[in-house]
Design a protein around this ligand. Sequence first.
Ligand code: BES
Ligand code: ZN
Ligand code: ZN
Length: 463
Amino acid sequence: MISFNSQAKYDKEISVILLSADQTHAQFRNKLDKGEIYPVQERGRTLLFVGLGESDKLTLTDLRIQVRKAFLSSYVQKSKSVEIIPHSIEDASIIAIIEGVAIGTYVWDKYKSKDKNDKTVKDKDISIVAETKKLYTDTVKICQGVSLTRDLVNDNADTITSEYLEKTVKDLIKSNKNISLEILNRKELKAKGLYFHLAVNQASNKEPKLIIVRYEGGKKTEGYTAIIGKGLTFDTGGLNLKPSNSIETMKIDMAGAAAVCGLLKNVLSLSIKKNLLFVLGIAENSIGSAAYKPGDVLVGYAGKSVEIGNTDAEGRLVLADAFAYVVKNYKPAKMIDLATLTGACVVALGFDYTGLFSYNDELAQALLKSAAQTDDRTWALPIYSELKEYIKSPIADLKNTSSIKGGGASTAAEFLHQFTGGTTWAHLDIAGSSYTEGSGRMYYGHGATGAGVRLLTHYLLNN
Ligand code: BES
Ligand code: ZN
Ligand code: ZN
């Protein structure tokens, strides 16, 4: 629990005191380098001084990293109550501190045995010395959406099934007015002709699902913005089976749909005044004799035929049907999708940046601005009409793989573009940014990062 207090009280077990190089404190006259932490015991309490370095060199990312580091120290870990005394009263700094705590200390330990001697206190009473502002209490809520997304991505593929995601959505929207729900299961997908989606799920014993939440928080005259997430609960690659070292992390292939869940949670907790569609295209790309085959030609909901060049390029098929269905039946004014779509995006940008693709400059700029403001890092990559040449097939309208080497994130984006029906659209490729391995990166620990949730919450609040 995080709350705000306008004045320092020194009444918690520990006070975390952030000091930039030009600041001192009555109980501490030494200089700390950036990243140095120094505890002072005082009448059974601890004052933990945290060095931030020169304030003009301190980025907001750095600040989140330093706060995280202090909170992961044993001093804070074993405290039940913590007071944070910021070095600055600027909104951006307070927000970064909140995120350093709420995002930085997230750990996925559901399946880890707990050590008997472990003194870690999980649920802390944290108070930040700052005015109580809506901006700050909103930040706390937004981080809860990020955590939901991370939990969904981190848990086992056989736990976070389409049924589980359906229940998650239903639990979120329970007892909310202005909301309606449409769910297409195997039967409905078949009856309506979403054959790409069905083909991808064909070898799985789990139910494919297209979930659409309609949220009417805006004016009657305002068009809908659709947020669409790729929800491959596991991606084996299909008959074009992924090799070892690529397959192990593929439970994360639903990170787009998980981000849609986190965003839905935030939209509801912040009562965002917009008309929105939350769409989850959920399937499992399995292998077996029932699996869809390389070389097959399929016709999806839009009526276009696609030659299957590779069964591992399945995300674009599920999204193509979701796009076409939403465009035809809901006519959104705008669409933004989130998808762990291509390894090529990871090659291009690495793990710290989401790839952004859009033909609409205004939408792209607005998203990049929200990305910069939230530190939910995003970088624009090219999309242009000539890419269409590379996804042509001699035997079908399109092919789900590219005829050229290189630029695979852009050709995948162009494939999606073919199913937008001219709707204003942006695509976020979160293949690299949604997950981190090893000891983590920036202020994220090992596992899911919740990429896209802060970015899109900010976008919806401000556009
Ligand atoms: N889910 C993968 C993309 C991915 C790769 C996500 C690495 C996260 C980390 C996607 O379905 C896929 O396999 N794409 C192929 C497409 C190729 C066969 C044209 C890829 O990127 O290799
Ligand atoms: Zn794949
Ligand atoms: Zn995939």
